[in-house]
Design a protein around this ligand. Structure first.
Ligand code: F6P
Length: 323
């Protein structure tokens, strides 16, 4: 029987996951290895719901958002007995290693599978949040930012025309990377992120300082900001500027969909090839990342425990430009 590698996409989907699935399947096929694609992440491993992936299964998917393997946040995988069942199912199918494309929840499950059952696991960072340590970018982040920029550019047109203040909420429960980078790209007047304490009075003062020259403003808020969501920020703004119209837009799940950007497709290709090569070299317990244009292998535990710090330069540039 051919060597078999299991493959899952798990957690929140991210544009570019399909491009990575394609890269994994094609690299494996060239090395005479079979890929068993489980449906809905760890759920598929537990239910033995899978497809033997051939080159034809991954034709015409490089440009598609979402994931053809589907995905889930698998609650059962939090329990040791289910992880034992997963290891048993994988071994019964002749699968001796698992490539998991996802974020920190996915990697936490993979680490436990390795620790508890000696199962070989390799992670690929796939999340729009870009919050994994050890890789410059995660698959899906670039596309999500471009989606935000396209949407906020449109909001900017109407904000300017009506002299309104818009508070736009973007994704990022624990991380402000989407807010920061897209905020810089749209020229936001303020960007609020979970990593730094939000001093709302200071934000309002800064708006006051520039009100005379510019009447409209865009405030970008990451959904996990500790001050609150877009509605809370809007309330604070309205209290201060009673004469102004303040509107709230939550971009929500449009940030997770759409065709992956060129950058995400290329990144997905590199990381997918890197993941299969790691498995073929019998390397386990690592995340395949990209640092300074080079493929790297980072211990999975490090990738999830050492939260990626928000880049000081991004914060500095934000402060400098949002006037
Ligand atoms: O982890 C990616 C992410 O999109 C976060 O930014 C967001 O907080 C979360 O997933 C939303 O998850 P769900 O789609 O399960 O509601």
């Amino acid at each position: 029987m051919k060597k078999r590698i299991g493959l899952i996409t798990s957690g929140g989907d991210a544009p570019g996951m399909n491009a990575c699935v394609r890269a994994v399947v094609r690299t494996a096929a060239q090395n005479d290895v079979e890929i068993i694609g489980f449906i809905r992440g760890y759920e598929g491993v537990l239910d033995k719901d899978f497809v033997v992936m051939k080159n034809e299964n991954v034709a015409q998917i490089i440009q598609r958002g979402g994931t053809i393997l589907k995905t889930a946040r698998c609650k059962r995988f939090y329990e040791a007995e289910h992880r034992a069942k997963a290891a048993e199912n994988l071994r019964e199918l002749g699968v001796d290693s698992l490539i998991a494309i996802g974020g920190d929840g996915t990697f936490t499950g993979a680490v436990l599978l390795q620790k508890e059952h000696g199962f070989k696991v390799v992670g690929v960072p796939g999340t729009i949040d870009n919050d994994l340590f050890g890789t410059d970018f995660t698959i899906g982040y670039d596309t999500a930012i471009n989606t935000v920029v396209e949407a906020v550019d449109k909001i900017r047109d109407t904000a300017f025309s009506h002299d309104r203040i818009f508070v736009v909420e973007v994704m990022g429960r624990d991380a402000g990377f989407i807010a920061l980078r897209s905020g810089i790209a749209v020229g936001a007047e303020a960007i609020l992120v979970p990593e730094t304490k939000t001093d709302i009075d200071r934000v309002l003062k800064r708006l006051e300082g520039r009100r005379k020259s510019k009447q409209s403003a865009i405030i970008i808020v990451a959904e996990g900001d500790e001050f609150g969501g877009a509605e809370d920020v809007a309330k604070a703004v309205m209290k201060k500027y009673v004469d102004r119209e303040v509107k709230v837009t939550k971009l929500g799940h449009i940030q997770r969909g759409g065709n992956p950007s060129a950058m995400d497709r290329v990144l997905a290709g590199f990381l997918g090839v890197g993941a299969v090569e790691a498995v073929l070299e019998e390397v386990s317990g690592v995340m395949i990342g990209m640092q300074h244009k080079k493929i790297v292998r980072i211990p999975l535990e490090k990738a999830i425990k050492h939260h990626q710090d928000v880049d000081d330069n991004l914060l500095r540039i934000t402060e400098m430009l949002s006037v």
